[in-house]
Write a protein that binds this ligand. Sequence first.
Ligand code: SF4
Length: 284
Amino acid sequence: KEFRNNLKPNWCPGCGDFSVQAAIQRAAANIGLEPEQLAVISGIGCSGRISGYIHAYGLHGIHGRALPIAQGVKLANRELTVIASGGDGDGFAIGMGHTVHAIRRNVDITYIVMDNQIYGLTKGQTSPRSAEGFKTKSTPEGSIESTLSPLEVALSAGATFVAQSFSSDLKQLTALIEAGLQHKGFSLINVFSPCVTFNKINTYDWFKEHIVNLDQFEDYDPSNRIAAMTKIMETGGLLTGLVYQDKSRKSYEDMAVGFQQEALAKQELKLSEGEFAKLLAEFK
Ligand code: SF4
């Protein structure tokens, strides 16, 4: 099972996104997927290039729209394992409306956000994840906006799987992606993925100094939503591990009428040529 292709990623040396790519490839192989069983859909940003660097079905979408495309792919062919991916700007700024509604809809896809707290592709502007006081070209006096907490938003929106990891911890990241891919519903995996070129504050060393691994709390119960929210707030959102999982809620496609049969993409079109032309004309 080979999820590598012959393309050389166009990321700066040391970018955290390399590890995310490797973790996806390892996780997919570890759970026994074949490349033709996986689709990786991405948005815009440096991280959006990831769909081209994995040997699987892939689509590099438009800004903030990875999730609607990924949900459409899953609903059209539920036999595919679907990953949506992108950056914090892509998912938590322009794409935030889609993120919240995809979470509460609970379509069975895995959303991996490469969170570097800045816009890298456009050369370093403040993102919703940047800290207050963060100075960039777009905020030369320091950001005066509060920082978005994606894990709190996800829990509030009814998420059934919430995890967070760090590019430097490939073992944990791979394990969490495996768990997300196997979760029957929407899984959000936010990954601290440093931008070594434009973010000189949230560096690898900074994360190593600040993040708290949930493994150190022996009695932590990821099925307890209130405990999850409390732990996120106690750690300022700088925790890693499986934060929350609800295995009881059914996925969207397991509940929606008509999606329990064979994948739409594989069903025979029961229309004559004339009827099909008439149907198409209605949408012109
Ligand atoms: Fe990675 Fe930042 Fe370079 Fe983009 S600009 S490839 S996010 S290090």
